[in-house]
Design a protein around this ligand. Structure first.
Ligand code: SF4
Length: 328
């Protein structure tokens, strides 16, 4: 049994809802954003129609992923309420929401905790050097602002997903420093459930003229990350950005154990379609790995949720375990 356990890789059966693509930042590797005012916001009735179609389709997680409205914009309150309402709707329709919408105020995070089972924000890289390059026009990418989010998530006991973006102009030492900062915060709050290692993969919309991050370097980064991060943090890699099957398997051998949300579209990397679950399962099986679906909250965090949320999570674990879809 122990051998089987160590050969397990998880993924989250997910669907991404985008309240709006508009974003006041201009990260020059972005393939997601639209100019403020150029992206209609998703209405609750449109979301309800989508969610209705997803019921009985083995989708557990609703990832709420949004472009950002400036914290001082008169539209900020409306933007936040739309996100809150979409989460509430997802829960009412018995999905498990996970929100990742950029830096939030402490009060905003506190409110969203009531309607999310977990939340996330990529740390990307902490080196301030990127503020002169890829993040020159992205005030939300101030390293201290993002670190603050991770700290607040810890204080609020929000199970949290973060990660690094690789190949945007950082050095390898920058990567180790960013991982060490995550490890340090986790040792204080014990709230980081996953760290994503996301290789920069050029898309058709971006202006950043750089090669893709070489996936052949990933296993080495994963192995070092495994040394730096506490063992209870899972390392996640996006399989659609590691195209070669052998290198995907090498990433698992190096210590990655999760493949993130798998759904119809990768909204952040729209030029790289998700590899579907059956295909992944076959690739993994060829090397003795078992692909297992998981919920967007790891079980060790269940007691951080309100009683109401715990009931929905418990229901998911029971229903899906019975159907052999969800194992944790
Ligand atoms: S990467 Fe995120 S924060 Fe940067 S421009 Fe794109 S949507 Fe905005």
């Amino acid at each position: 049994m122990a051998i089987l356990h160590t050969r397990t890789v998880t993924y989250s059966p997910a669907y991404t809802i985008v309240p709006t693509y508009e974003c006041f930042n201009r990260c020059n590797y972005c393939n997601f954003r639209a100019e403020p005012g150029q992206s209609p916001w998703m209405s609750l009735s449109a979301a309800q129609n989508i969610l209705r179609q997803l019921q009985n389709q083995k989708v557990c997680e609703i990832l709420i992923l949004s472009g950002e409205v400036h914290p001082h914009s008169p539209k900020r309150q409306e933007w936040f309420e739309r996100i809150y309402d979409l989460c509430e709707l997802g829960l009412a329709m018995e999905f498990l929401p996970h929100t990742n919408v950029g830096p939030l105020s402490f009060a905003e995070m506190q409110k969203l905790k009531h309607v999310n089972v977990s939340m996330g924000l990529m740390l990307e890289q902490l080196t301030p050097a990127l503020l002169n390059t890829v993040h020159r026009h992205a005030p939300s990418k101030l390293p201290e602002v993002r670190l603050q989010q991770l700290e607040w998530a810890g204080e609020l006991q929000i199970p949290f997903t973060t990660g690094l973006l690789l190949g945007i102009g950082e050095t390898v030492d920058d990567c180790w420093e960013t991982l060490a900062a995550i490890a340090e915060l986790h040792q204080r709050y014990h709230h980081i459930q996953e760290v994503i290692l996301q290789p920069h993969s050029p898309g058709t919309q971006q202006t950043f003229d750089a090669s893709p991050f070489d996936p052949h370097q990933l296993p080495e980064i994963i192995a070092k990350a495994r040394e730096i991060l506490p063992p209870d943090i899972t390392i996640q890699i996006p399989p659609n950005l590691v195209k070669d099957d052998q290198w995907l398997l090498a990433c698992l051998e190096a210590g990655a154990r999760d493949l993130g949300g798998i759904g119809p579209k990768d909204e952040v990397n729209p030029d790289y379609p998700h590899v579907q679950e059956q295909t992944l399962r076959k690739i993994l099986q060829s090397a003795g790995w078992e692909l297992v679906a998981r919920s967007p909250i790891y079980p060790q965090f269940d007691n951080w949720l309100s009683g109401e949320l715990q009931t929905v999570v418990k229901q998911w674990r029971k229903t899906l375990a019975t159907n052999f879809i969800l194992q944790i």
